[in-house]
Ligand binder design. Structure first.
Ligand code: PSU
Ligand code: MN
Length: 303
């Protein structure tokens, strides 16, 4: 097979030394946050991972290759350019063939991380079942990917732009473990909690690492969702954020937004309607996920 992967020197060295590696997505940079906060977030997250004993591997498609580990210039390119495609599972082959810039979603990042043999992936939030999915059938490809690709995603739960209960039902059907890190309920991204109870809880990164090891040793295919609540001091007021989300959802409907544009539209609206407060919360929760995700990756490597 042609070699589609291109590993950064840092990632190559980490592999040679048996060091823990943490995968990161690029859609969050290109389509999830505005410039320059997006590139600052990307740099900070990478540094947190290095400071805690692992190596970051931000993943993206560039010039017909799957890049595992981006240079600082490449991070800047993905943060600034307006011609970056949002790449999910369906898009990977085409984007490679046409050599376009592609920012990978959770689904696509999981596929690429698995190809590069990286088991732990840190992001902000996963896609899920959208509200109204009974009629729109808008269910993120992230959920199907979690069902079949062996990568654990560390996130702050799912946003209430989604239907959290239906998202959990879907993951349950597909046999995807959703583990609460020091929480009994599903965190709702901007807030620490939701009314959705979790069945699995772990209070230490080692327990999560051991759970993943056992699952994969037993060849129980698929990933896992590790949900880490936003730190208290950065959490948003539940009523405020829910009102904003209602307005954003209404505007998305009025503007006939659909397909891959829904999530970026809603994220942008929420940011606008909160005067940027949601962006600040978003950045802080990703950084905290980077810390916990790195602890899990290091614990996994030490088993
Ligand atoms: N949630 C966020 N920020 C993001 C995304 C989700 O808070 O940037 C991105 C992720 O890349 C996720 C994708 O995989 O949106 C899901 O898109 P969709 O709903 O179209 O599947
Ligand atoms: Mn969708």
């Amino acid at each position: 097979m042609k070699n589609y992967l291109s590993l950064s020197e840092e990632v190559k060295q980490a592999k040679a030394e048996g060091k823990a590696i943490v995968a990161l997505e690029s859609t969050i940079i290109s389509h999830g946050m505005p410039y320059p906060q997006n590139v600052e977030m990307a740099r900070d997250v990478e540094q947190i991972i290095r400071d805690n004993g692992a190596v970051p591997a931000t993943i993206a498609l560039i010039d017909g290759k799957i890049k595992i580990g981006l240079s600082d210039e490449e991070l800047e390119l993905f943060a600034k350019s307006s011609n970056v495609a949002k790449v999910s599972r369906r898009d990977i082959g085409y984007l490679i063939a046409t050599k376009q810039l592609g920012a990978t979603t959770v689904a696509a990042t999981m596929i690429c991380a698995e190809l590069a043999e990286i088991g732990i992936f840190v992001t902000g939030g996963i896609g899920g079942v959208h509200r109204g999915a009974e009629t729109t059938m808008d269910v993120s490809a992230d959920l199907e990917e979690l069902a079949k690709t062996n990568v654990a995603v560390v996130c702050a739960g799912a946003k209430s732009i989604l239907d959290l209960n239906l998202t959990m039902e879907y993951l349950e059907t597909k046999g995807v473990p959703v583990i609460g890190y020091q929480t009994d309920v599903l965190p709702a991204f901007y807030t620490r909690s939701s009314d959705v109870e979790l069945t699995l809880r772990a209070d230490a990164p080692e327990v999560i690492a051991e759970s993943l090891k056992a699952k994969w040793d037993l060849q129980i295919e698929g990933g896992a969702v590790i949900t880490n609540p936003i730190p208290e001091e950065f959490a948003m007021d539940e009523k405020v954020i829910n009102d904003v989300i209602q307005t954003a959802l209404k505007e998305a409907e009025e503007n006939h937004i659909h397909g891959k544009d829904v999530t970026p539209f809603l994220l942008g609206k929420v940011k606008e309607l909160t005067d940027g407060k949601s962006l600040e919360a978003n950045i802080e929760l990703v950084k905290h996920n980077a810390l916990i995700g790195t602890q899990i990756a290091v614990a996994y490597q030490n088993i």
